[in-house]
Design a protein around this ligand. Structure first.
Ligand SMILES: Cc1ncc(C[n+]2csc(CCOP(=O)(O)OP(=O)(O)O)c2C)c(N)n1
Ligand SMILES: [Mg+2]
Length: 450
């Protein structure tokens, strides 16, 4: 029996790296396994101390004994509170939590949120008119985007899910870049090879969006681990929806980040829906923030419609992540006012009254506007002039983008490899020959010549 246990040790030790190889050799030679375990000095696992035997000493948990037979239930406590700074009238509740952002900064944030809103309206309509193939709006979530983006270092790496357009806008992605990407024209950085809204730009440290849910999460942890090793003083922020949190990748990411102590901010946008699935069908626990402590990750829940609160928590999370090299989890509570995407009609699964409540009574843009009006920094005239200006700006950008041709067909298979391998070259030649032969069936004039 003992021999069998000893033979199986290498595989056990692989899972528990605390036993190193010299320990293994000692164990293999030993006739008394129990004795060896207590003698070994090479293990990094805490050896139980006899004087602390009044506490459980299992290596997998730190806890206390109990003689009560009690299940830990998720439904007996009030839940993690929602941190806020402003009330719905735009008044600061506790002045000691006012981040005291300058008028210039607040105006920048407000202008960004409203510009995004206008761009969303116009590009959504473009899709309805068949000018672009797909679009996703961020209506109602603007506070989570701009509040978090403003609290980061511009060099921090961003991994998004797809509904974080405002984060990229704050970083400096231009209207031209957004619209060219959605139109997939030759000026798009990705040369029109991605679906609309799948933005990415190396210069702004924003990793390209990829549709399969939660795949960005373990990748983001890998980046954070690299940042930790290179000691740059930077961190990663990884955005994801509460729906994506149900993916296995989300678990892997949270657990790796915790065990490897990676400087990463997990930013969950809890907007109430994963397409048509409401949160109460998605999970039974206390949201996403409640999962953090189970992974050993400091966690907080914030009112995502309060941009100042989002700014404060992201700033504090960044400090924790960078100074203590730790993951932090933020759950920003908000509401997806728009349809999931242009492929969705949310009236099939939620009431107009529900949407109207959030649009009229708890909107991040109107809350910041109230704050600005309270400070006498904004008024109706400024609002009207800015709205007209943003509409003009976006419309002009769209008109320009529509006139541009698409990238040459040759670009389709480039940039995957440094040098195109023969099998791809063969496929490209075949496509080109086909299109040339049947050119009357293809919109060849819409494409730039190679
Ligand atoms: C692995 C995978 N499964 C399913 C989908 C289809 N899908 C696209 S978005 C989405 C809902 C995601 O909801 P959430 O994470 O809450 O983000 P939100 O759209 O609310 O911003 C689903 C199921 C997908 N893209 N990838
Ligand atoms: Mg969601």
């Amino acid at each position: 029996m003992m021999a069998a246990i000893i033979r199986s040790l290498p595989s056990i030790c692989f899972k528990y790296p605390k036993y190193n190889s010299s320990f293994l050799k000692t164990v293999s030679k030993s006739t008394n396994f129990q004795e060896t375990c207590f003698r070994s000095e090479s293990t990094t696992q805490q050896i139980p101390k006899l004087e602390e035997f009044d506490k459980p000493q299992f290596p997998g948990s730190q806890s206390r004994w109990t003689e009560k037979l009690e299940f830990v239930r998720g439904d007996i406590y009030d839940g993690i509170p929602v941190y806020r700074v402003m009330n719905r009238d735009g008044n600061i509740i506790d002045p000691s939590h006012d981040p005291k952002l300058s008028q210039e900064m607040i105006t920048r944030l407000y202008k960004g949120m409203t510009l995004l809103n206008t761009m969303d309206r116009i590009l959504y309509e473009s899709q309805r008119q068949g000018r672009i193939s797909f679009y996703m709006t961020s209506f109602g979530e603007e506070g989570t985007h701009f509040g978090s983006a403003a609290a980061l270092d511009p060099q921090d790496m961003i991994y998004g899910q797809y509904r974080e357009t405002g984060v990229l806008m704050y970083r400096g992605y231009t209207l031209d870049q957004f619209v060219n990407q959605c139109y997939g024209n030759k000026n798009d950085i990705g040369k029109g090879r991605q679906m609309p809204v799948h933005y990415g730009i190396k210069a702004l440290n924003f990793v390209s969006i990829s549709s399969p849910l939660a795949t960005q999460m373990p990748q983001a942890v890998g980046s954070a681990y690299a940042l930790k090793r290179s000691q740059t003083g930077l961190c990663v922020i990884c955005y994801f929806g509460e729906g994506a949190s149900s993916e296995g990748d989300a678990h892997a990411a949270l657990n790796f980040a915790a065990t490897l102590s990676c400087p990463i901010i997990f930013f969950c946008r809890n907007n109430g829906y994963a397409i048509s699935t409401p949160t109460h069908e998605q999970y039974k626990g206390d949201g996403i923030a409640a999962r953090g402590p189970a992974y050993g990750i400091p966690s907080i829940r914030v009112d995502g419609n309060d941009i100042l609160a989002v700014y404060n928590v992201t700033k504090a999370a960044r400090q924790l992540a960078v100074e203590e090299s730790k993951p932090v989890l933020i759950e920003a509570m908000t509401y997806r006012i728009g349809h999931h995407s242009t492929s969705d009609d949310s009236s099939a699964y939620r009431s107009v009254d529900e949407v109207r409540f959030w649009h009229q009574k708890d909107h991040p843009i109107s809350r910041l506007r109230k704050y600005m009006e309270n400070q006498k920094w904004w008024d109706e005239n400024k609002e009207k002039a800015w709205k007209e200006e943003t509409k003009k700006q976006v419309m002009q950008t769209v008109v320009k983008a529509e006139k541009l041709k698409r990238a040459p067909i040759d670009e389709m298979l480039k940039d995957v490899y440094d040098e195109m391998p023969p099998h791809l070259k063969e496929q490209l030649d075949a496509v080109k020959a086909h299109v040339e032969q049947y050119h009357e069936h293809y919109p060849v004039d819409n494409y730039e010549k190679a």
